[in-house]
Design a protein around this ligand. Structure first.
Ligand code: ZN
Length: 227
């Protein structure tokens, strides 16, 4: 239905509303920037980098992607995340591809919400980022999942958000991954958590905790926007 609407409605930039394209050049400039280090209130225990504040085209893009089903936004977001990986490598924040293979692990969405949106938009962005980094082989395994009982976090305080996700993110398929040498995270892998928006940091902190419990070293978190 949404795709049909995309076809019949006049095309406009999901970042600023300018007519004629999915994502305009001006909004691309706002995304294609070196990521900045941010410190969420709930410390994820790993460095966290953001492409900018949750405002302007980043905010409009996230809303279009997540709430309005504008899948096309995943492309500029994914490309921007791939660019950001390059910046982080240039800055020496994460290892270069010669030393270490990159694994992008998405912070999970609530399952029902992801289904309603026609697939997990963050996963879509990460997969496009991986494509952009080809011929480098970047893995985007679906390792984390939210269990039942996680509420929509809109309107919750940092403490409430932490409580909301505590113990409710689980690693799935990690045992299976361990059996597969290509996916086993080790010293030769750089694991980056990926999400669209970091608000309090509660979700990223829980993701990092779960992965660390499984012996997966997390190098940092990279997000499109920080609120
Ligand atoms: Zn625009």
């Amino acid at each position: 239905m949404r795709t049909l609407l995309d076809l019949v409605l006049p095309l406009e930039c999901a970042g600023c509303g300018v007519p004629g394209e999915h994502w305009c050049g001006g909004c691309s400039l706002a995304l294609f920037v070196p990521p900045v280090a941010v410190r969420p209130r709930v410390d994820p225990g790993v460095p966290c980098w953001s492409l900018g504040t949750y405002s302007g085209p980043r905010r409009s893009g996230v809303i279009a992607l997540k709430e309005r089903g504008r899948r096309s936004v995943a492309r500029p977001f994914g490309r921007a995340l791939a660019e950001a990986v390059g910046h982080l490598r240039d800055a020496g924040e994460i290892d270069p591809p010669e030393l270490s293979s990159l694994i992008l692990i998405c912070a999970p969405s609530r399952a029902r919400a992801a289904r309603a949106r026609g697939g997990d938009p963050v996963l879509r962005c990460a997969r496009i980022a991986a494509e952009q980094l080809a011929p480098e082989r970047v893995l985007v395994p679906e390792l984390l999942r939210m269990t039942g009982g996680v509420r929509d976090s809109v309107g919750l305080s940092a403490g409430q958000r932490q409580h909301n996700v505590a113990g409710r993110i689980e690693a799935v398929g990690l045992a299976r991954s361990h059996a597969d040498a290509r996916v086993t995270p080790s010293a030769e892998f750089t694991v980056l958590l990926t999400d669209d928006v970091v608000t309090t940091g509660a979700t990223l902190a829980e993701c990092a905790r779960v992965l660390t419990d499984f012996g997966v070293p997390v190098a940092g978190a990279l997000v499109v926007a920080s609120a």
